[in-house]
Structure formats: structure tokens, C-alpha cells
Design a protein. Structure first.
Length: 225
């Protein structure tokens, strides 16, 4: 597996987003953008105007994670604006197949996210419609939460489902990812890692990204990934 690191700007200084993103521009694979509407999750962050502005200040592809109540209505707009990946929540989408296909037709990768309490098996039939499966390792809504170990078996089951499907689908984890938990997730089969506080919470975000990548790669090799 190819390890990819997607620093989350939710943990960055919003007053210095251009500088914060520049600090990890040469080492990160993606820039993860958490879009929250205060309805699907109890928090309100940023939306399409900020995403569009970010694209002017970074060459990193944007990984937009939509934690919103009506992704069927809004997700295509993020793809059309230039986001490289747009992820919707299975729990919020009324017409996931149509929405995922619309995201792809707009030129973006399509992702499907599952909350910690949502089983992965009922969504196996949607694997042909997605490019990435996101397993939440905290309850969505706020950064800085502790990692939920109970999700590790689901990550492993998701990896088996993806292997059985045979497509090129990335397995992303988001929430509580740091230098210690990233190894457990990689060992379970994840290959794309969202990290916020672990990257932007220190004095050297670029070094943090490199360290996280090394830790994930080592765990993946040990697990035979």
C-alpha cells in the first residue's frame, strides 16, 4: 500500500491558513478540509467560499470531507469548484449512488464516510461507486478527540471488503490520528491518514507529517501490507 497523509486544516490557525498550508506543501499528499454545517454535526466550520479561496494559495489537492445534512445538494458544487476528492457521509445521503456518480462526473474522486457506530458491511454494494472509503475513528464534529479503539476491527473488515471487490479504493481514517494511533490503523489496513492536531499542534508541521508517514509505513510493512 502507498501511505498518504492528509493534514486537516481544522487544527490549523484559521487566520493564517495560507501560511499553515505552505508549511506542509512539500511533504503532505492532500489538504483535508472539514466542512461542517451545524446540523449533521454540532459544529460549524467553513464552506465553499473558503475552499475556493484555498485553491488559490496551495498546490496540494483538496480532500473535502462533507459533514453536512444535505450532501446530495451540495457535494457536486465542491467537485465542480475543483476539489480533488469529495467525501459524503452514508448516514446523511438520501441518494448516495446518484451523488457519488455526480461527484465523479465533475472530475473529482468520490468518497463515502462512515461514523464509528455505522457498520461497513451494508455499504459493500457501493464500493464500485467510490474511490475512497473513510472510516471515522472519532465521532465527527470536533477536532482533538481521543481515538476510538473499537473502530480498529471495522477498519480490518473494510480492508477485506475492498480486497474482495478488487478495485483501487483507498481506505482513509480520520480522528485522533497521531504518532501512536497511526500505526494501529495502518496495521489494520488503512492507507490514507487524516491528522490535524498531530500536524498543526506542534512547532514543525512538516516534520510531523514525515514522522507520521514513517510510522504508518513501518506498521504497514510489519502487517504485510
Amino acid at each position: 500500500m502507498t501511505i498518504q497523509i492528509a493534514p486537516s486544516i481544522l487544527a490549523a490557525d484559521f487566520a493564517r491558513l495560507a501560511e499553515e498550508t505552505a508549511a506542509i506543501a512539500n511533504v503532505a499528499d492532500w489538504l483535508h478540509v472539514d466542512v461542517m454545517d451545524g446540523h449533521f454535526v454540532p459544529n460549524l466550520t467553513l464552506g465553499l467560499p473558503v475552499v475556493s479561496a484555498l485553491m488559490k494559495h496551495t498546490a496540494l489537492p483538496l480532500d473535502c470531507h462533507l459533514m453536512i445534512a444535505d450532501p446530495d445538494r451540495w457535494a457536486p458544487d465542491y467537485a465542480e469548484a475543483g476539489a480533488a476528492n469529495v467525501t459524503i457521509h452514508a448516514e446523511a445521503a438520501a441518494a448516495p449512488v446518484r451523488t457519488l456518480r455526480t461527484i465523479r462526473s465533475a472530475g473529482a474522486r468520490a468518497g463515502l464516510a462512515l461514523n464509528p457506530g455505522t457498520a461497513v458491511e451494508p455499504y459493500a454494494d457501493l464500493l464500485p461507486e467510490i474511490d475512497m472509503l473513510l472510516i471515522m475513528t472519532v465521532e465527527p464534529g470536533f477536532g482533538g478527540q481521543p481515538f476510538l479503539d473499537l473502530v480498529l476491527p471495522k477498519i480490518a473488515r473494510a480492508r477485506k471488503l475492498i480486497a474482495g471487490h478488487g478495485g483501487d479504493i483507498w481506505l482513509q481514517v480520520d480522528g485522533g490520528i497521531d504518532e501512536e494511533t497511526i500505526g494501529r490503523c495502518a496495521g489494520a489496513g488503512a492507507d490514507v491518514f487524516v491528522a490535524g492536531t498531530a500536524v498543526f499542534g506542534g512547532h514543525d508541521p512538516a516534520a510531523a507529517v514525515e514522522y507520521l508517514r514513517s510510522a504508518a509505513a513501518a506498521a504497514s510493512r510489519h502487517a504485510g501490507g
